[in-house]
Write a protein that binds this ligand. Sequence first.
Ligand code: C5P
Length: 293
Amino acid sequence: MTLSATAPAKVNLALHVTGERDDGYHDLDTIAVFTGFGDQVSVTAGDRHAGLVAVETGGPFAGDLGSIEDNLVSVAARMLAKARGGELPPVRIVLDKRLPVASGLGGGSADAAAVLKLLARFWRLGERVDLASIAGRLGADVPMCLRGVPLRARGRGDEIAPLDGVPALWLVLASPLVGVDTGEIFTRLENKANAPIGPVGAANFVEALAHARNDLQAVTAHLVPQIEAVVAALAGQPGCELARMSGSGAACFGLFSSERAAQAAAARIEVDHAHWWCVATSTIASPALAGAA
Ligand code: C5P
């Protein structure tokens, strides 16, 4: 039996930093969505000689991953096995790394969330293990990725409220492929007490986003000047409704009015900036809408 899943990219459509916390983290107010494009993760029966969890990697960005033992996929699998306790059949996990590493798209967090869900099925854990609590210990973005629906998150990023009525949106992701250290960006941030995002509902979604910001964008753009060119390239494409950086960067997104406009924009950016990474994709809609589609 092989179980596989996409680990979607997480895109912060808006991200306000609203305070500094006592635990070394920052309070956020963010609107996040997840895309059809992502890493691919699969779980299959492993070889007992390779240990309980053996992880293999492939794909265009596998070479940018650090030690596989320290990868969130391995850590998530070990934490889940420990929480379950007792004998478990060995597994082989294959991670096809299609999202650029350290790019503000939550790829590592998405991989960890996907592995938790796949292993819970593979090991038939049912409700016995609290995946959300393990996700919270793996990183600030992992609980969001476990939900995988349009959401607003506050606190460290783990006080999550799903957003109803958000349709699938077409977008283009583009990155100059410069890795960014999230911790460093937060440290360099001067204004850590910004106002939260205003009211956001399905009816005024894109308009409300346009009034919001990514408070990390200026800091990252100072370290990675290409960000301005990426945002300008996205914003200048026909049909682009909003262009901004995601997370702590350096990946940026452009929201587009149609699939055709998004595909055409990605094709043009690929030609004009061959050394960037660029993909057109759509976001995962709120559950009721996804069911109705
Ligand atoms: O939790 P994660 O490992 O993804 O976060 C990376 C770093 O980003 C943290 O060590 C912290 O320095 C910073 N961070 C923060 N506030 C958040 C999320 C992340 O300061 N809400």
